[in-house]
Design a binder for this molecule. Structure first.
Ligand code: AR6
Length: 184
């Protein structure tokens, strides 16, 4: 599925984010930035040690207590096809009354803003927080899509934003929500 918004293409695809050829892929990390399971594990495994070394440097300098939820940092892409990895931390789902939506939106917004500030043109997102962190996909997809829509309506520079969904079910949910949000 492909949507045009100003000078930007928004694509929704099913696949593995570590295979994307884009300027930056986004990692659904945890505050330690030291890797983990899910998409985080896949990115570190395929990207190699360079990414971890840069994450250690970020921890030692900018974020000794860990990356706060909703914030984003950038490293190189190591052995990945993507030039960079933007690491962000989504919220852990605790029922919905703990500012989860606000923090999830911040994770997308700050990742987009970091990409834009570095002059990057293309960025790919996984479905942040909807795996180990337990955020319901129907709610998370609406926040992901509408945050990207709001960002692109306000800011220029990005030419391609790709949502990469790992499962067929998540892919279907995203396509359904996108057709509503973008009035297709
Ligand atoms: N490409 C695209 N999406 C993927 C891939 C992949 N290769 N692998 C998994 N997904 P999760 P979270 C999807 O758990 O919920 C980690 O341990 C997956 O199907 O990776 O934000 C971190 O270190 C799901 O839809 O991230 C943190 O501790 C989505 O990615 C914690 O998990 C997100 O699932 C973060 O949890």
């Amino acid at each position: 599925m492909e949507i045009k918004l100003k000078n930007c293409r928004i694509k929704i695809v099913q696949g593995d984010i570590t295979e994307q050829t884009v300027d930056a892929i986004v990692n659904a990390a945890n505050p330690t930035l030291m890797g983990g399971g899910g998409v985080d594990g896949a990115i570190h495994r395929k990207g190699g040690n360079k990414i971890l070394e840069e994450c250690k440097q970020i921890r030692a300098t900018l974020y000794p207590n860990g990356l706060p939820t909703g914030e984003a940092v950038i490293t190189s892409g190591g052995n990945l096809k993507a030039k960079y990895v933007i690491h962000t931390v989504g919220p852990i789902w605790k029922g919905g009354n703990n500012r989860e939506a606000e923090f999830l939106s911040k994770a997308y917004w700050n990742s987009l803003n970091l990409a834009k500030s570095r002059g990057l043109k293309s960025i790919a997102f996984p479905s942040i927080s909807t795996g180990a962190y337990g955020y319901p996909i129907d709610k998370a997809s609406v926040i992901a899509l509408s945050t990207v829509k709001n960002f692109l309506e306000k800011e220029n520079g990005l030419e391609e934003v790709i949502f990469v969904l790992f499962t067929a079910k998540d892919f279907e949910v995203y396509k359904q929500k996108a057709s509503e949000i973008f009035s297709l």
